[in-house]
Design a protein around this ligand. Structure first.
Ligand SMILES: *Cc1c(COP(=O)(O)O)cnc(C)c1O
Length: 375
């Protein structure tokens, strides 16, 4: 019986590894006592903008706020339609619905799990204003095709990059861009388990449009540039200085952390490929998949049995996501589905994400691989 407690994401071991750096950064904030809008917030935003090659990073309260604020910034109006993938975390569709917009669920590609561009156009109506490209599990959507369709129909592209900070997409002309910098606005989350994460809630908006950058700043801060001068109706959505300090440390390690997960994924690939009981995650050629999740498709209706088996062996696994958004009660009556969404529906019954994180050891991974093969 294995005694090592394996985690989906091992935050404790990662913290212990970075402890001297993180503790020093936190201590600096404690000494300064500027817990809101301290200098580290702007410093971190600048560093992230530089890393991504974007003009503006506007920190905010969390990734869901970021999506809502992005749609507010683009002046989307109640009744406008926003295309979102049906196989997805709830946040993008939820934020749209909260603003009175109509989320339109579009099916996903069975290989990448991301928006299927081939099904995008048939979802478009005269009311369609935006598409939310969610880069799921660490891999970019097909941004070349999505960009072309969006251009043709004058749609805004918002990229939900919560799971993919540091992933890249390569266009056919050879241009390589970080996800989150391709659409008009990118959003991200710094929730503790995400690839770039703080010690609580946090998020950010990314844009290279100067006017939009300014508007996003206003929206995050009660519509004010100078105190008590409110130009527009905004909200209160800020990144705490303590979290910015943690993020500024972790950003320095982001590339190494992403590379670590990529090498773990390569080992899983090598050990688990060519087995008819499951399919290993597809990797788009020439793009960087940073493996926020390593998600298998378990065939033959055996997914739940494998999950149960792993659990008995002390190995956690997760079903991201057990229901497609069109089947979530919250969206009955306030959203629309485009087509049958059959791929999204099938994936919810097949997917299983297994542990992948920066601290996983070789022997832990060996044990996970061996246990999966016992299915
Ligand atoms: C986590 C996540 C969000 C929401 O982020 P919060 O910071 O938890 O609000 C949005 N979209 C995706 C794809 C996510 O994974």
């Amino acid at each position: 019986m294995n005694t090592i407690p394996i985690q989906m994401v091992d935050l404790r071991r990662q913290y212990l590894r970075l402890k001297p750096e993180i503790d020093a950064a936190i201590q600096e904030v404690l000494t300064d006592c500027r817990f809101i809008n301290g200098t580290t917030v702007g410093k971190f935003a600048g560093h992230l903008a530089q890393f991504l090659g974007a003009s503006h990073v506007i920190p905010c309260g969390n990734g869901t706020d970021a999506l809502q604020i992005a749609m507010m910034a683009l002046h989307l109006q109640p009744g406008d339609e926003v295309l979102v993938p049906a196989f997805n975390y709830v946040a993008s569709a939820e934020a749209a619905a909260l603003l009175g917009l109509i989320p339109v669920f579009v099916d996903v590609d069975e290989q990448t799990f991301n928006l299927n561009p081939a099904q995008l156009e048939e979802a478009i109506t005269p009311r369609t204003k935006a598409v939310i490209a969610v880069h799921l599990f660490g891999q970019s959507c097909d941004m070349e095709t999505i960009t072309a369709i969006a251009k043709k129909h004058s749609l805004f592209i918002i990229e939900d990059n919560a799971q993919s900070v540091g992933a890249t997409f390569r266009f056919s002309d050879g241009t390589v861009r970080y996800t989150g910098t391709i659409g008009i606005i990118g959003t991200t989350s710094f929730f503790p388990s995400k690839p770039l994460a703080c010690f609580g809630d946090g998020g950010a908006l990314i844009t290279s449009d100067n006017a939009l950058g300014k508007r996003l700043h206003l929206l995050c801060n009660h519509g004010q540039e100078t105190k008590y001068r409110h130009q527009i109706i905004g909200c209160n959505s800020r990144l705490d200085t303590l979290h910015a300090a943690v993020l500024d440390v972790k950003l320095k390690h982001l590339k190494a952390f992403n590379d670590k997960r990529i090498s773990i994924a390569q080992r899983y690939d090598a050990e688990l490929k060519n087995d008819e009981r499951w399919m290993i995650p597809f990797r788009q050629p020439d793009c960087t998949h940073i493996y926020h999740q390593y998600t298998l498709r378990i065939m033959g209706g055996l997914r739940d049995r494998l999950q149960e088996h792993l659990k008995k062996r002390g190995i956690p696994s997760m079903v991201y996501y057990p229901l497609s958004l069109d089947k979530q009660e919250a969206f009955y009556g306030c959203a629309r589905k485009s087509g049958t969404l059959s791929t999204a529906s099938r994936l919810t019954k097949e997917v299983l994400s297994i542990p992948i994180h920066t601290e996983i050891t070789e022997s832990e991974q060996e044990y996970i691989i061996k246990s999966i093969k016992e299915l």
